[in-house]
Design a binder for this molecule. Structure first.
Ligand SMILES: C[S@@+](CC[C@H](N)C(=O)[O-])C[C@H]1O[C@@H](n2cnc3c(N)ncnc32)[C@H](O)[C@@H]1O
Length: 320
């Protein structure tokens, strides 16, 4: 089935990183990004009002992305594109440095509980990412009904040193007509607008490098299913990455093993399979090609570290 408007979808997993907006939007003037567009009212309206500019929307919800694509198709808009991805990771690791003139974030989930705070888009890595992808003088604008969220964001922007002192205004009056704006207005809640302008670029703006599939070979005599089971027993934690090997699936007759793997890079989690194939002389360890995780440090390490673990487990007599 063809999704209406699919031509406006950017399949980030299959694109060359860094993502350069001009690849999709041509020479369409300045480029603006909306984080978490939800039903898409704002993105449609701003793209309609500014044909001279280009817009990218990032959403984590597949349903929202499908609806947004339909919306752009119906409105016959050619100056907007849509990404299905986590905004924090995409901004930090995938977008070209300095490619955006402005970033909008309307009514983000405030994640007020402590145990959910890792999802809150206020942390220093997120702010650093914004400063990497914005041009000098580019803006970051947020609307929210949560004073606590806005205050935390204000502090992070201010402490980062990459942004001018943020300007926060309560009940500015302008309306953008999104679902959440209408919901909070109907409840007479205060609405805060924060805006801040980028003043400097961080030294370390690191987009993902090289998307080659990592692989490793170990001697056949260093491998058996019991060694694999022991080697994958404990999580691996190294600086900012974590690797957890979960279930091992065995296709005995083919001497192939699939290992359900979860990784985290600075809190960004991915789930995929590592494949182990027993050959005549050696054992090949590689990423299983379906699932397509981003080739982050943790994903690449899941292959090389598994190889090392198998060799160590074998040579140490595979103690419990
Ligand atoms: C409270 S809704 C607001 C939607 C819309 N902007 C509005 O004003 O009605 C927050 C939206 O952000 C999306 N979202 C949350 N975290 C995200 C992330 N890390 N990356 C991209 N989208 C995210 C959610 O899927 C949801 O659609």
């Amino acid at each position: 089935m063809v999704v209406p408007g699919i031509e406006n979808f950017i399949n980030i997993k299959q694109e060359k990183i860094p993502l350069t907006p001009s690849r999709f939007l041509g020479d369409q003037g300045e480029v603006f990004l909306e984080i978490g567009f939800g039903r898409g009212e704002f993105l449609e309206s701003i793209a309609k009002q500014h044909f001279e500019a280009a817009f990218i929307g990032i959403e984590m919800s597949l349903t929202s992305v499908r609806k947004m694509l339909k919306r752009l198709h119906r409105a016959n808009l050619t100056n907007a594109r849509v990404l299905l991805a986590d905004a924090s990771f995409t901004i930090r690791r995938c977008l070209e440095q300095g490619c955006l003139a402005g970033i909008y974030m309307n009514f983000p989930c405030p994640w007020p509980k402590k145990k959910h705070s890792k999802h809150r888009l206020t942390g220093s890595l997120f702010i650093q990412g914004l400063a990497c992808v914005l041009k000098d003088g580019g803006f970051f604008q947020v609307l929210s009904d949560s004073q606590e969220f806005v205050e935390e964001l204000r502090r992070s922007l201010s402490d980062s040193g990459f942004f001018d002192e943020p300007d926060v205004v309560r009940n500015l009056g302008t309306r953008i007509g999104t679902k959440y704006e209408m919901k909070w207005r109907a409840q007479n809640r205060d609405i805060y607008r924060l805006i801040s302008f980028k003043k400097s670029t961080p030294d370390s703006c690191e987009t993902l490098r090289g998307d080659e599939m990592p692989h490793m070979k170990i001697p056949k005599d260093a491998f058996s299913l019991s060694i694999l089971r022991k080697a994958t027993k404990h999580p691996l934690v190294k600086e900012h990455i974590t690797i957890i090997f979960k279930t091992i699936y065995v296709a005995e007759e083919k001497r192939e093993f699939l290992i359900d793997t979860v990784t985290s890079d600075d809190g960004y989690e991915q789930r995929f399979f590592v494949k182990v194939v027993e050959g005549e002389k050696d054992v090949l360890i590689k990423l299983f090609s379906s699932g397509l995780p981003f080739r982050t440090e943790a994903v690449k390490s899941s292959v090389t570290e598994l190889g090392k673990l198998l060799l160590n487990t074998n040579s140490s007599g595979s103690s419990e």
